[in-house]
Design a protein around this ligand. Structure first.
Ligand code: AMP
Ligand code: GLY
Length: 420
């Protein structure tokens, strides 16, 4: 099977690694990829936001499966163009990707499908924002309606900060925000693989969204993750399929916009039950880095079955009995104003540690060596028989990486490993 993977971040490097481990995958090309994917596959300089160019290349090269990593190509209609050209695409159409692209749309679908989520008001002016804030009370949850790379949401007890964020979002062209009820309880990311009709859950992971230890600092795209979650109910994946993923997939099919790809369910396990915080239409980053090393079922085969509507024949997924932890090394200034260009050292050394591998997230190869080119630069991944062992390993890897001014969290999976 010849596979084309679209994207250039840590998630795509992790996907590339898992795809290359599938014996059915005979060739893998990544557009545009990064220095990490270049080591294990072939990078090609194609614009991920150009559906026509990608489709032409995939047709000319007899690609059997295209896997779309990030959300932006989905919203740009890459999956639509591939489907039109009869190339199996793993990733939703632009219309189905609205589940991620518009929080107001996601709320509407959830309401129609009877899926439990936070109560919300869609607002287009400050007066209605103020009214919604009064209705729901503190802490205030204010979300930019559109795509904002994980940075469009603030959760705060400070009404002035809430209003300032609302003002900034509303100032954008077509600006619209969602104000919603605060959900208490731990968060879980669960990826559900859908072929438009049938849905299979992957194992859950937990992401650490805040920049600094102890969940302090601003929201980021994610600073680390781990899987499995020893504290979560074992029946959670099944429950989410029954009460959340399947009802949404059926609703999307009923509307004539079937959802093929990953329905990423961002969940809060509240005192009143499991609630959806958000949907994404793609794999999560960095959660993918900890879920895929645990998946024993060949990934290429699974994603091809989803892209061709054959998941019902696929059966149960198989899992390896191991724990995985990833820690993100972020550039100085991330998430507000990441400083690019710093030289990265120690990647090879870190990757040679027992049970450790290194995923490139925002790196670039130059004549001076490997340099930082994004906010989240490197994800170190550690594997072990339990979270304690995986944590020990991941941090021996992290401690070998040097990037001037960089920062990372020291507490990824700490509480879960201790069992509290
Ligand atoms: P989102 O982009 O919707 O996932 O929001 C980013 C982060 O904000 C989530 O991972 C949560 O930590 C937090 N958040 C979003 N919505 C809520 C909510 N209703 N209650 C509590 N926290 C929330
Ligand atoms: N880690 C969160 C996300 O991928 O949106």
């Amino acid at each position: 099977m010849k596979v084309l993977l679209i994207g250039s971040g840590g998630r795509e490097h992790a996907l590339a690694r898992a795809l290359m481990a599938d014996p059915l995958v005979t060739s893998l090309t990544v557009a545009p990829g990064n220095p990490g994917t270049a080591e294990i596959a072939t990078n090609i300089d194609l614009d991920p936001l150009d559906p026509a160019a990608l489709t032409a290349w995939a047709t000319a090269n007899q690609i059997d499966l295209v896997v779309v990593g990030p959300e932006a190509p989905l919203v740009a209609g890459v999956a639509d163009a591939l489907t039109e050209a009869k190339i199996p695409a793993f990733g939703p159409s632009a219309a189905a990707a609205r589940l991620e692209g518009s929080k107001a749309f996601a709320k509407e679908v959830m309401s129609a499908a009877g899926v439990p989520t936070a109560e919300a008001r869609v607002c287009r002016d400050l007066a209605s924002v103020r009214a919604a804030m009064t209705e729901f009370g503190s802490p205030y949850v204010i979300k930019d309606d559109g795509l904002a790379a994980g940075k469009g949401v603030i959760v705060t007890g400070d009404p002035d900060a809430a209003i300032r964020h609302a003002e900034a979002c509303l100032a954008k062209p077509g600006g619209q925000i969602v104000v919603e009820d605060f959900l208490d309880g731990p968060e879980v990311s669960l990826f559900c693989i859908s072929d438009g009709t049938t849905v299979l859950p992957l194992q859950p992971a937990q992401d650490f969204k805040r920049a600094y230890d102890g969940d302090a600092g601003p929201n980021t795209g994610g600073m680390g993750a781990y899987s499995p979650l020893p504290w979560a109910p074992p029946e959670l994946p099944h429950e989410v399929i029954e009460t959340i993923a399947l009802p949404v997939i059926r609703e999307m099919a009923k509307r004539g916009t079937p959802f093929v790809g990953v329905l990423y369910c961002g969940l809060a396990l509240t005192s009143r039950g499991t609630r959806v915080i958000e949907f994404n239409a793609r794999f999560g980053d960095p959660e993918t880095q900890v879920v895929l090393p645990r998946l024993a079922t060949p990934l290429g085969e699974l994603l091809h079955a989803a892209a061709t509507g054959r998941l019902a024949e696929f059966g149960e997924l198989e899992w390896r009995d191991r724990a995985v932890v990833t820690v993100v090394v972020a550039a100085e200034g991330y998430p507000d104003a990441p400083v690019p260009g710093g030289t990265i050292e120690g990647v090879e050394d870190a990757g040679e540690r027992d049970g450790v591998h290194v995923i490139h997230a925002g790196t670039r190869e130059t004549r001076e060596g490997l340099v930082a080119s994004g906010g989240r630069v490197i994800c170190v991944v550690g594997e072990g028989e339990d979270l304690e062992a995986a944590r020990g390993r991941v941090y021996t890897g992290v401690d070998r990486i040097y990037l001037s001014g960089s920062h990372h969290r020291r507490d990824i999976a700490r509480q879960a490993a201790r069992g509290d």
